[in-house]
Write a protein that binds this ligand. Structure first.
Ligand code: ADP
Length: 398
């Protein structure tokens, strides 16, 4: 089977054509500057080849058409006919309370995704545009929506309710939704596979630490809590996002500096997190270099982030009544041995014992705890595209 995975943003669109069974990525790439001018970067992993094109992309439809043309090209293509694409899997950010799993897209599903726009005003419209563009360019090809929020729909009410007047939940749908669900689901399933144990027997804490970061408690295969909330602004300090803070700070800063809500939200989303604390960068590589050169604020930013993750690990172990496995994934989790060590050290009291040598690794599935550690600590590279392709194939086969 060949599945085209699409992740549509407002002015960009990422794609992968893959075989979900063999896990082979036939081609992948990125359309950028949609609505401005248009640029396509197309890669064929098997040939280690990369091609770049300037192609007018007034809308997402031209972007999808350029992807299809690249996939079919006699010079840099990987398929002979568009009919070789069995289905398209779309990443959709917000499924609200309507979607607890991936679904085949039809008119009703589209309407439900549209109803979730107020919950994700920046993301869902772009995802919808991507779906509509595919419908136009590849009519009749089955399409599946895979939601960032779906995996966390198993959270019990006491995990997702905010302590606000209940009417804001009932009438306005204000609750914790959680994000990165496709990644938390993928790495928790891989963790069980790596250990050769059924996921139904395991209490797993998954740490997705990237530019955006979230931690999830996965109890017997089900998400029971996660650190992102109503929006992806909540939880840990991130590259540029503040994470959790005292809501009273908003009133204080807005009053003192005369910020309106848009200015305040811009500060919380774009100027905070480890960038805000350090004043150096949102990128953990820059922070480590600066900290090594003696920059105290870069050191503080790293410590605040690592402490935040450690606190969540403790909280989620308490929530599940124990923990069997801790997983690190995403850009920081996969590459930054120091952060993994800082999070997991000092947790010997709860059965976590790291292996410093095993932890000295990047980007491949590895057990990084000591052989006698009761809690297994794993590095597992995430693969949201593969998860989307596998969901899409399974739904289309049905
Ligand atoms: P996104 O949330 O945008 O998907 P990623 O999961 O790709 O982000 O993570 C990107 C981040 O990973 C970068 O901002 C950088 O901080 C971090 N990162 C990548 N490589 C390393 C490394 N070798 N050491 C430390 N951090 C790294």
């Amino acid at each position: 089977m060949k599945i085209l995975v699409i992740n549509a943003g407002s002015s960009s669109l990422k794609y992968q054509l893959m075989d979900p069974d063999s896990r082979e990525v036939l081609a992948k790439g990125l359309c950028e500057r949609i609505g401005i001018d248009g640029r396509l970067t197309h890669k064929i992993p098997a040939k280690d080849a990369k091609y770049e094109f300037e192609i007018p992309m007034p809308t997402h439809a031209e972007a999808i058409q350029s992807v299809l043309d690249a996939l079919l090209s006699s010079e840099h293509g990987v398929i002979k006919s568009a009919s070789e694409i069995d289905a398209v899997g779309h990443r959709v950010v917000h499924g609200g309370e309507k979607f607890a799993s991936s679904v085949l897209i039809d008119a009703q599903v589209m309407a439900a995704i549209e109803e979730c726009i107020p919950l994700a005003p920046l993301h869902n419209p772009a995802n919808i545009t991507g779906i509509r563009a595919c419908e136009k360019v590849m009519p009749g090809v089955p399409m599946v929506a895979v939601f960032d929020t779906a995996f966390h729909q198993t959270m019990p009410p006491h995990s997702y309710i905010y302590a606000l007047p209940y009417e804001y939940y009932e009438n306005d749908k204000v609750r914790r939704y959680g994000f990165h669900g496709t990644s938390h689901r993928y790495v928790s399933a891989r963790a069980a596979a790596m250990l050769g144990r059924p996921i139904e027997e395991l209490k797993i804490i998954t740490c997705h630490l990237g530019n955006g970061s979230s931690v999830a408690a996965v109890d017997h295969g089900k998400s029971v809590d996660t650190s992102m909330g109503f929006t992806p602004l909540a939880g840990l300090p991130m590259g540029t996002r503040s994470g959790d803070l005292d809501a009273g700070i908003l009133e204080y800063l807005m009053g003192k500096h005369g910020y309106d809500m848009a200015a305040m939200m811009n500060i919380l989303n774009k100027k905070s997190g480890v960038l805000g604390i350090s004043g150096v960068s949102s990128d953990f590589r820059d922070l480590e270099n600066a900290a090594n050169d003696g920059n105290q604020r870069a050191k503080l930013a790293l410590e605040a982030f690592q402490y935040g993750v450690k606190k969540l690990v403790g909280a989620y172990a308490a929530a599940m009544g124990g923990v069997d496995v801790i997983v690190f994934t995403a850009g920081v989790g996969e590459n930054d041995a120091n952060t993994r060590m800082a999070v997991a050290s000092g947790l010997e009291f709860m059965g976590v014992k790291m292996d410093a040598q095993a932890n000295n690794v990047r980007g491949k599935e590895t057990v990084i705890s000591a052989p006698d550690s009761r809690v297994k600590v794993l590095l597992i590279p995430t693969d949201e595209e593969l998860m989307i392709a596998q969901d899409t194939a399974a739904i289309v086969k049905k």
